[in-house]
Each structure stands twice: as structure tokens, then as C-alpha cells.
Write a protein of this length. Sequence first.
Lengths: 399, 399
Amino acid sequence: MRFSSKIQRCELSPVRKFYPYELAAVEKGLKVRHLNIGQPDIETPRVFFDAVSKFADTVLAYAPAPGETYFLEATRRYYESLGFPISCEDILATYGGSEALQIVMSCILEEGDEVLVPEPFYPNYTTFINVTGGKIRPIPTTAENGYRFATRQQIEPLINEHTRAILMTNPGNPTGVVLTQEEMRLMADIAKEHELFLISDEVYREIVYTGDKLSSMLAFADAADNVVVIDSVSKRFSATGARVGALISRNRALMDEAMKLCQGRLCTATLDQVGAAAMYDRLKPAYYTSVREEYRRRRDAVVAALSKIPGVEFRSPEGAFYLMVTLPVDDTEKLQYFLLQEFQDQGETVMVTPGDGFFSDPALGRNKVRIAYVTNPEDVTRAIELLGLGIQAYNARKA
Amino acid sequence: MRFSSKIQRCELSPVRKFYPYELAAVEKGLKVRHLNIGQPDIETPRVFFDAVSKFADTVLAYAPAPGETYFLEATRRYYESLGFPISCEDILATYGGSEALQIVMSCILEEGDEVLVPEPFYPNYTTFINVTGGKIRPIPTTAENGYRFATRQQIEPLINEHTRAILMTNPGNPTGVVLTQEEMRLMADIAKEHELFLISDEVYREIVYTGDKLSSMLAFADAADNVVVIDSVSKRFSATGARVGALISRNRALMDEAMKLCQGRLCTATLDQVGAAAMYDRLKPAYYTSVREEYRRRRDAVVAALSKIPGVEFRSPEGAFYLMVTLPVDDTEKLQYFLLQEFQDQGETVMVTPGDGFFSDPALGRNKVRIAYVTNPEDVTRAIELLGLGIQAYNARKA
């Protein structure tokens, strides 16, 4: 009995391998601080839990395959309030942004097809694409240039007869890059000119520090056939365990293909849709502002703390709650093992995500880490301080 | 921009095309009774809603990729109570049985690979298999033989170098067939001898009318490497909108491959796992008995009512809550249009599921329908009566 070549091109999460070492550190009595996971500590709004508790049907029945009408309507109104009018038929409720990505990749990718993805990229994109038989062709970016990717010179030479789509995260995970309006316009133009799907993962939409108006590729009506938006309530409402996302596109043919898969898996979770609709309907603009300001404080804390570490290189992130940092070490994976096995400061150590998993060529990420700043500023500051001390100890030990 | 050849081999739900005609019938003032959908009217246990309401964390966080420990433990104890000892590592929490099927098919199927499936089969199996590039090779069965499939003569001639797995639903949807212990033993033997995965969809496990002990392919420890069980709380607890299922196998290599996909999509819904675990932990054997007896009353009602219709052929189902019925008409799809557009009795009409979608060659199902008996005996009886009157009117009109 054998396994498919496609699943064999997928990998287990690179984070997983550190887990036994984390356990061992905890057993030794160490407190392990986390800069490695995107699980915010911000409370999930009570309206979510209240709506779920008030669910009054005696039978928890299947939702319709494309989503509960109240969830689709709430999502539509949310987009309308941002200035992006869409209809409910342009929305399919999915199990988080993850299933939306799985569905669109299954609809468009043939064995050998390519998807352009700015690199470094969210590692799970590899799984969603490889399992269909497609593959990622990275759009290389540089730390020096702040990981920006939206130029014709960077993208167009990579387009060939196998290219089906461009997939981008905006605001960016892991880079924190937020595209300008001009860059978004250019991405739409490139997609149109080359007849590509432009899959825009916008799950961090509200978390931007640039002061710009909230954006979406849905703004470009002339590229309506190209644009596919991936969305989710997970990060917007700090409700990652509510698996409610959306696949949004005005491309009717794509939505018809996607509907086949939605019908196949019957529906997404009814109660999570109840809670998500309540959050869209009842949270005021002040909620979004307060969350953004809280992340801004965390961003400022992480930037201030990182600036005190000699030899690190990074740009202050413009959005989302991650940044890539180049560290003055030979191998960030070795550093992580060191931090868990040999280092401590006042009984504490720290975890980051080594950069190799964010690159198609792991060597490109060897001196980089992704940092997630999802806890309060004091905790973030202390965690970065531990990282700095750890780097010092790691390099001293080797010297 | 084009779509993948694999998605183009999938189809929209055949039920969908009748929906506009149902709406039109309702607008004309008709009451439409349903024998076409598997949505039970049995109440979801209060323990589900109570557990969800009592969820006390302030952050609704990601569950672990393989599932919340309390859900895996509750599932493990449920299997232990049935006499099938498994460990938590043998279980992956999934979005219903549907995602468990999607995951296993992605893990094992290559372009051109074949899965043997007793025919008639659950139509969504086609989607789960075709989207991977695989295809169904049907194990033909006959209405005369009560749709039984577990013989060497029926199965072994179909096995070739492309065969990767056998997928069966037991108890059966749409046939109501429940395998005997001897038949299950034979299926395990065939899988072992031919080195095939034996994927056993057991979501209707409790709904059996034969008086036999509840069964699972997990009973066959010698076929542990072959057996993959698909499970779900949807039907067991009448909670179809809670998307909590499980992929269960002792084949560690398979589970390692499946974990890649579980990690890719991060986790399944946290609250649904909370509710599902509570149902497993707190519902007593009397609950399962009462549900089975309720379905038995419905089964008896549907059988009694069908027996009064001249010319129909069927076997009394042994399990699940469906049966395939051969009708004395030329085309059950045409009959369904007639029932919605031209027929009524005392202001009522009825919907069934035409049989064509349950067969790889639609012609084989043309004179068949699937009937779901998921409402109370009186409603089922009246709906079948309407079907009988409708058949009479349909055939009279044509004559």
C-alpha cells in the first residue's frame, strides 16, 4: 500500500519538531515564552459566545452548502461598509481561510501548474498547492527591500505557460508588508494582462498601522474575473477556534466549480456561523480600532526591543502581527534547539519560528526567524530580550 | 483562465436542480413533503448545547491539529465501550465524515487510481475521489439480491493494478444493507490479500435493526494496517450542523500523511468538539437505544406504506435511514418534475431523490429512487402515500 506522490510532496509542520524539546524544557522547570505562534491572547468578543448560547433550534441541522443566509448577509454588509459592494452569491462560507484556499487550488490547479507566491510565504500554502499536484514558484524578495514584491520586474519574468495564479497575503504573513494602492492596482493589471487568478489572502485586513483606509482586491471591479479573496473571522475577531472563513469572488464560473466541493462536504459548522454573523452585525467600528491599536502597541514594543539587539535586521511591520528578522547567527534552527536545551535567563527561555519553512529553498531562511507579536507589550518585550540574550550566549558558545 | 480537469469531473448535487421547482410548488400554495433529504428531525441532545454554553475560556483558540484531547479521549472511550480498543493517536478529528474522506483520498490516490465502491453509492464519494484524480470502479449489486456486495465473486474480478482501496458504507447509504460478521471478515481478508485500504464509512453505526451487536471494521486487528474508519457525530447524535467527524486508523504511516493535511488546515471547530465530547461522555446507552427504536418505527412505517403501492420493489432496510426503491415508472427524474409541477393531493406533494446520481452509469438508477425516512412515522406514511398517488397519476397521464 503506497501513498500519493502529492501527499509526499507535502510536509509536517516544521514547528512540530521542537515540541518534544519544549516539553523537556518545561519539565526542567523553565518558563517558555512564545514568539512562534499566531494565537492572539486578545479576548474573543462576548457577542460570539452570547449568540451561540442563544441558539434556539432544537435540532442542530446542516447549514446550506454555500453558508447560512444570515452569515452570508452579515459578510456582505461588512464588505459594503468598507466600500466593496458584493452580493451573497459572491461568497461561500468555508472552514476558515484554510478551506477557502484548498477549494480554490483544487478548482484551478492541474498537475504541473504553478502559482506565483511572494517569498517568504505562509508555509501552509505549500500544502494546499502541492496536494493538488501544483507547485509554488516563488517571487523572490529581499530583506533589504523590506520584502516588497509588487513590481513588474519581479513578477513578469516568472510567468510562463504553467502559471495559473498569483497568491499573496496582504497584509503579509510572515513579512508584515502592506501593499500600497498603486501596488494593488499593479497586481490587478498583471493578473488581467496575463489571465491569471489573483488570490488575495486578506485575513489580516484590519490589522494595519499605516493609517491607510482598509483595502481589498475587491476594489478593482475591472479585475473581477481574476480576483479571489480569502477571508476569515479568525484574526479579525481573535476567534481562531471558530472555523469560519469565506471564499469571495465575482467570477461566476469559479464559484460554480467551488460549489461542487462545498456541496460535497455538505456545509460548515452552523454554530460558528451564528457567532460570526453576530460579530459582524454587532461590533462597532470602535472594536476594530481598539484591536488595531492594541496590535500597534505590540508592534511598537517588538520593534523597540529588537532595536536593542546588536546585529539584527528588520523593517517595522506595516500590518498583520508578524515580522521576519535576520539574526546574526549561522542557523536559526540550531539557535532554537540551543534556546530550548542550553539557554536560560532567570528561569526563562523563548521560542521563535526558524525561517527555513517560509522559503522554497530553506537555505534562504537559515539566518531568519519569524516573530509573532500576539501577546501584551510587556510579554513581547521580555520575550525579545530573551532572544537577544540567547543569541549572545549562542554565539559566545560557538566562539 | 481554465479550471482543473479534476474539478470538471465532479458535479453539482443532482438534488439542486429540483430546488427552483420546489420553490414554484410552494409559491402555488402546495405543501411539499420530503423523502429526499437526510436531515433527521430528532432533537440534538441538550448536553451538546449545554456544554457549548458553558465554554469558559475567554479566547476561542485554535484546537490542536489532530483534535482537542478531550474530544479524542471521549471518542476513544466510546470505542472502548463498544469493545474496540484504540488509542488517541489512532484518531484525527475532522470536519465531519466528509473531511475524513477527503483526507484519506488525498493521501492514497494518484491520477488514474481506482477505488472499489459498492453501487449504488453515496453520490459525494464521487466528488471526494474525482477531485484527487482517482476514480470509482463500482462493485455492481442488484436490487434482486438486496444490494449485497460482500462476496469474492463480486469484488475480486474488479481488482487490478490501479486499485488502491475499497470504500464501503456500513450500515449502507443508500441501500440500508448491514454487513454480517462473516461479510465483514471477508472484506478484511480481501483487503489484506490484495494489499488495499479498506475504508469503512460507519457514521450510521448505531442505526441497525437486525438486533446484532454494534460493529466496526476496527474489530479485525489482523487487518489494522488496511482498515480506515470514517466516523461522525452527525447522525449518531442528530447533530448534522456540528461538523465533527473522525478519521480512525491504526496504520501509523497513513496517519502521519493525514497529519500533514490536518496541520495545513490548522484545526477543526473548537466549540463543536466541546459539544461532541460531552455527548460521548454523558449520554447513556438508553439514548442510543431510544434513537434506534425511533428509526425502527420510521422504518416500519415506510415499509408498511410502500407495501401498499402496486409495482414497487424493495427490501426492508437493515440499518441507516434510507432505502433504494424500484418504481414502476420509466424515469424517476421525470416523475419528480411531474410531482412538483403537475401533481397534488389535498394540497400536498412529495420529493424523493431520483436514483441516477447513485450509480456510475445513471441509466442503472433511472427506475429507482432513494427514500430517506427521517421524520415521524405519520409524516413518513403520508409522504409515501403521496408518492403512490403520484406514480398512479404519472403513469395514467402518459397512457
